[in-house]
Ligand binder design. Structure first.
Ligand SMILES: *[C@@H]1O[C@H](CO)[C@@H](O)[C@H](O)[C@H]1NC(C)=O
Length: 470
């Protein structure tokens, strides 16, 4: 790999001439500041870079009919246009029983073809942030902020990008405003990514880690953080390494999957241990189990199709905190399903997992960690294609699933089939799932070649004294 420092750029001026577009200004990636001993090794490590896309102007959403109803339960879906030419957008829908699936509003952002990724709310519910997966292909911003002060009419607030890192993934709100966000890749989509922190005005104030031992740690061993979970009480952070994003795009020498998680000290943002799931093949997600007496967390190993439990406080063989062991094997159909994303009910009893290319959503009863029970039938045919993002609704009665992961098209190696629906699945008393209603984004947004909803946030305003944002 040492000789492969090769940046391939389309000669923009000549391409523009063939397409008889006005000449475009030269485009370059933002410079990486030189930090001796830190950024210099990047020169030796950089793999081939993807071919940049012509930054065509994004088209506005076609006119739509807004509804004036004011449902108590609102679903926000962070969505890309099927034709990749119209603007990426936030779709706001009613999730109330009597008006389920009524479109309330569409909020455009300035970008197109960014592949909207995860979405998360601020603690006060006044802001949503959505990440863009393919931002670096058009050198667009990667984080997009929405003002939801009026929850029925979100407005686009601003967007930004970091200097050292790109490709925003998982999002956690800070108690004092602002966010922590995993950025899976470096500024050019390689390893290492960073853990980005914003202030309450959503300006990027840190790209962690910043201390020398932790920076050496992430340079030494692939660091492409995707999953992110924070235990505010015990003051630790877990991030899970998934894949090196640039390697899913052409030209690629093969996808670099990671087997590791990082355990961080919340106060200092130092990495205190690297935890390995042997042969994990992409640790996509990690989440602390609510109410667990040891502060344990669950992580998904995508190649293995397994759930591993992390005990952040237990000591490993070297005396460092953080050990992991196998908790549950999801069986042969769960192996190599490209993505396994999860959510856990607030009482810590039920655990839901999407097995993307298996077209399956699994449910586990984890109330007794020594006797985990599978609630779904692994061989059942479910009415879903390509489920990915799963979210338990604030009332704990439903699971919102978005049936779309990533389709890079001709640009890359990941193209998971999808039916582009948002499923509203009922959670029964024993924790098992019952498929019920859905919103069909292909049909709803046929005016732009369909639409690809990647993730959701749900507001529940049933109790005006205690609005819930999740
Ligand atoms: C779907 O949900 C509605 C509203 O809660 C309920 O009345 C209906 O029984 C459900 N249908 C099925 C098939 O579960």
């Amino acid at each position: 790999m040492k000789t492969a420092t090769l940046i391939q750029l389309i000669p923009f001026a000549s391409l523009a001439e063939c397409l008889s577009l006005p000449p475009l200004p030269p485009v370059s990636l933002p410079p990486v500041p030189s930090i001796p001993g830190v950024t210099v090794p990047l020169n030796d490590l950089a793999p081939p870079l993807p071919i940049l896309q012509v930054p065509t102007p994004a088209l506005d959403s076609p006119p739509f009919t807004a509804s004036d109803i004011k449902p108590k339960k609102i679903g926000y879906f962070w969505t890309g246009a099927g034709d990749r030419q119209h603007k990426d957008f936030l779709a706001t829908y009613s999730l109330d029983d009597d008006t389920f699936g009524t479109l309330l509003w569409i909020t455009d952002v300035p970008s197109s073809g960014n592949d909207p990724h995860h979405l998360g709310p601020s603690l006060d519910g006044k802001t949503l942030i959505g990440g863009g997966l393919l931002s670096l292909l058009k050198t667009q911003d990667t984080a997009f902020y929405f003002d939801t002060t009026n929850p029925y009419r979100p407005t686009f607030k601003k967007s930004n990008r970091a200097i050292l890192s790109s490709i925003a993934d998982e999002i956690r709100a800070k108690p004092d405003g602002g966010f922590y966000i995993t950025y899976m890749g470096s500024a050019v989509g390689t390893s290492p990514g960073r853990l980005v922190e914003t202030d309450a005005d959503f300006n990027i104030i840190h790209e962690w880690p910043e201390d020398v031992p932790s920076v050496l740690n992430i340079l030494k061993e692939q660091f492409n953080p995707h999953g992110l979970s924070i235990d505010w009480e015990r003051k630790n952070i877990l991030t899970s390494d998934f894949v090196e994003p640039v390697t899913i795009l052409h030209p690629s020498l093969g996808i670099n999957k990671a087997d590791t998680l990082r355990l961080w000290d919340l106060d200092t943002k130092e990495i205190i241990n690297t935890i390995t799931i042997p042969n994990g093949g992409g640790i996509q997600d990690v989440k602390h189990i609510p109410g667990n007496p040891e502060g344990a967390a669950l992580a998904t190993a995508v190649h293995l199709g397994q759930v591993w439990i992390i005990y952040p406080l237990r000591k490993d063989a070297n005396g460092k905190p953080g050990v992991t062991e196998l908790l549950f094997d999801l069986g042969p159909k769960a192996r190599d399903t490209v993505a396994i994303y999860t959510d856990i009910t607030q009482d810590g009893r039920f655990f839901y997992l999407s097995l993307t290319t298996a077209n399956h959503i699994a449910a586990l009863d984890i109330s007794d960690l020594n006797n985990v029970k599978r609630l779904d039938n692994p061989d059942e045919e479910q009415p879903t294609i390509g489920p990915h993002y799963v979210k338990v609704t604030p009332d704990q009665k439903h699971l919102v699933v978005t049936d779309y992961f990533v389709q890079t098209g001709a640009l890359g190696l990941i193209n998971t089939p999808a039916d582009f629906k948002a499923l509203y699945v009922d959670i029964l008393d024993d924790g098992s799932l019952s498929f019920n209603r859905s919103i069909d984004f292909q049909r709803e947004f046929a005016d732009r070649g369909g639409a690809k909803p990647h993730s959701s946030v749900i507001f529940d305003l049933t109790d005006p004294e205690k609005p819930l944002y999740y």
